[in-house]
Design a protein around this ligand. Structure first.
Ligand code: KG4
Ligand code: ZN
Length: 335
């Protein structure tokens, strides 16, 4: 018999509810984005995010069920993101999930948002199975992970400061391109020369798989200041393209080195930054060279959504069972 998981995702600025069958088949995936609200502030305002989640959550749950043509009784498991993320935003999702779990007497499963990003690929690629190497690049986190099973993740590298997506957002703001930065930088970069400015590629120690992007961000800010002080006109497209290439070079080089070291033949890209087209293209080219098959989710499953949480929740549930109603939220939860 199949297991239908209803998942709630409210860790940042998307209120999302989805129903997924057996961790693989998306029956519904409703995403209500708050981006327009936060855009005028240049980034996500946590208090406003919580308030908007609270206003939207019941409606989005209803839509999630309607789109799947199911009622509450058809649901077997309730999954919810319980970290990492904004504490107030996470609390809205977890409170709704607990309420449903209690009222319907259905098992509750807390899901790590970053595992969700990886599992988005199970929804898009029915044949994909562990083991594989995954690069998880989102707005708050950057991980290189050896995924050895459906619920076993070995973190090999992580960022020591800014996340990859965070650096896109900060540089975008400095260039006056707005929020969220990734898509804006990508667009500006299309008309720029990626070799125009030689920004640093921070590789850290020779054997390290960790990342550090704050130095690159500072290098871009210094470049902008120096050029302004000298009265030079700044070519925003060239800055965007050169910055983007510097991020991509580091991500690609470390991913390929890890694939070779672990001798894995599958590579899975995930997280919001996986939406970046040049990153996908560069990784695909380099993976092909070493005989590795590369996977990435379609755009709507790259950025935050509840379908990926339902998938991760399902695999967590069948491997480890459910959580109790005292499940807590963990804003800094690691992988
Ligand atoms: O995974 P996500 O939706 O939310 C978090 O869990 O953080 O990732 C959002 C991040 C933002 O930093 C955004 O700028 C970045 O993903 N992003 C991109 C692109 N689309 C979204 N970065 C680079 N290129 C893109 N096309
Ligand atoms: Zn995310």
């Amino acid at each position: 018999m199949s297991i239908k998981t209803l998942a709630i995702e409210t860790s940042c600025d998307e209120t999302s509810v989805s129903v997924v069958e057996d961790g693989r088949k998306v029956l519904s995936n409703v995403i209500l984005s708050q981006i327009k609200t936060h855009q005028r502030f240049g980034g996500v305002v946590p208090e406003i995010a919580s308030r908007e989640h609270l206003e939207a959550i019941n409606y989005v749950i209803k839509e999630g069920l309607e789109e799947a043509k199911l009622g509450f009784d058809d649901i077997d498991v309730i999954a919810v993101t319980n970290g990492p993320g904004l504490i107030g935003a996470l609390l809205v999702g977890i409170s709704a999930a607990k309420g449903m779990s209690m009222a319907l007497d259905k098992p509750l499963v807390g899901v790590n948002h970053m595992k969700g990003h990886i599992c988005a690929n199970y929804l898009a690629h029915q044949e994909l199975e562990p083991p594989f190497i995954s690069l998880v690049v989102s707005g708050g986190h950057t991980y290189l992970v050896d995924v050895t099973g459906y619920d076993t993740y070995e973190v090999i590298g992580r960022t020591r400061d800014d996340a990859a997506g965070e650096s896109f957002d900060k540089v975008s703001r400095a260039l006056g391109l707005g929020y969220p930065g990734g898509p804006q930088i990508q667009k500006a970069a299309e008309s720029g020369n990626s070799e125009a400015i030689n920004f640093p590629r921070v590789m850290l120690e020779k054997d390290s798989y960790d990342f550090s992007f704050s130095g690159l961000k500072t290098a871009v800010l210094n470049y902008l200041n120096t050029e302004k002080m000298a009265g030079h006109e700044i070519n925003i497209n060239d800055v965007a393209a050169s910055f983007q290439k510097a991020v991509l070079d580091v991500l690609v080089q470390k991913s390929i080195r890890l694939l070779q070291e672990k001798k894995r033949d599958k590579f899975v890209l995930s997280g919001g930054v996986a939406a970046n087209k040049p990153l996908r293209e560069l990784l695909e080219k380099e993976c092909e060279k070493i005989g590795v098959k590369m996977y990435y989710p379609p755009l709507e499953l790259c950025t935050d959504n509840a379908a990926m949480i339902a998938s991760a929740g399902y695999f967590d549930y069948i491997n480890n069972g459910s959580d109790t109603l005292d499940l807590d939220v963990f804003p800094n939860l690691g992988l």
